[in-house]
Design a protein around this ligand. Structure first.
Ligand SMILES: O[B-]1(O)OCc2ccc(NC(=S)NCc3ccccc3)cc21
Ligand SMILES: [Zn+2]
Length: 263
């Protein structure tokens, strides 16, 4: 558009991957969405979310060309979440982030139309009901993702161990061993969250995610956000494209209610 470029146009213009279809044909529960605080409905039956991660299940960090992922050994129930809106316990598989080129945007979800500079996704799958992640990712109750907003502020000690490893995974398809990390240090202690039924925000965009979005953000400093922005979408030897703006445009709420665990 000739008018000033909005982040959405920028987004769609910049990376075909993010030029995802408005929503999957027949899609009625796509993500991300704007969370309108006053439209969320307090549900007194929502339980507190119980998080128990074993830091030794951490395997490696890799750049998959969309984001950088920290992957975990999900062959047992050593790192799980249970409670909250969930019927079963879910196993931690990986966590990753989405961020912007500048601090004005970068998160996937928004709160009252406000973007945060970045958003953390901790991805879990329902190993009680499904035999593998690949099967769970195709089912309505297959995945549970904790979303945590990052805001610009104080230095985050726990995040720094991750940031220090990023230069080693600068290029797409690079990986390094990362053997002890407890991602609960990245989750705010405040128990408050919103929850709604949604989807993956990257291919295959399947409508299999119970989203649990923490109300409180974590604080990270400018240098830590800049470290995300020095990663590349491209492989070694290709023309460099900085890994920024790796978030999907907002999707229509359609016939969904966002519930809150707090009044
Ligand atoms: O929307 B998200 O970025 O946040 C939530 C979330 C969860 C999972 C993914 N994708 C994954 S794990 N794909 C690998 C895969 C996909 C399908 C089969 C095997 C393997 C992306 C996102
Ligand atoms: Zn994500």
């Amino acid at each position: 558009s000739l008018a000033t470029c909005t982040h959405k146009d920028r987004n769609d213009a910049l990376h075909p991957l993010w030029q995802s279809p408005l929503s999957i044909p027949g899609g009625s529960r796509q993500s991300p969405i704007n969370i309108q605080w006053r439209d969320s409905v307090y549900d007194p039956f929502l339980k507190p979310l119980k998080i128990s991660y074993d830091p030794t299940t951490c395997l490696h960090i890799w750049n998959n060309g969309y984001s950088f992922l920290v992957e975990f050994d999900d062959s047992t129930d050593r790192s799980i979440i249970v409670g909250g809106p969930l019927e079963n316990q879910y196993r931690l598989k990986q966590f990753h982030f989405h961020w912007g080129a500048i601090n004005e945007w970068g998160s996937e979800h928004t709160v009252d139309s406000k973007f945060y500079p970045a958003e953390l996704h901790l991805v879990h799958w329902n190993a009680v009901v499904y035999p593998s992640f690949e099967e769970a990712v195709m089912e309505g109750n297959g995945l549970a993702v904790i979303g945590v907003f990052l805001k610009l502020g104080a230095h985050h000690e726990g995040l720094q161990t991750l940031v220090d490893a990023l230069p080693a995974v600068k290029h797409k398809d690079t990986v390094i061993e990362f053997d002890v990390f407890d991602p609960s240090c990245l989750i705010p202690s405040c128990p408050d969250y919103w929850t709604y039924a949604g989807s993956l925000t990257t291919p295959p965009l399947t409508e299999s995610v119970t989203w649990i979005i923490k109300k409180k953000p974590i604080e990270v400093d400018e240098n830590q956000l800049e470290a995300f922005r020095m990663l590349l979408f491209t492989s070694d030897g290709e023309e460099e494209k900085r890994m920024v703006d790796n978030f999907r445009p907002l999707q229509p709420l359609m016939n969904r209610t966002v519930r809150s665990s707090f009044q």
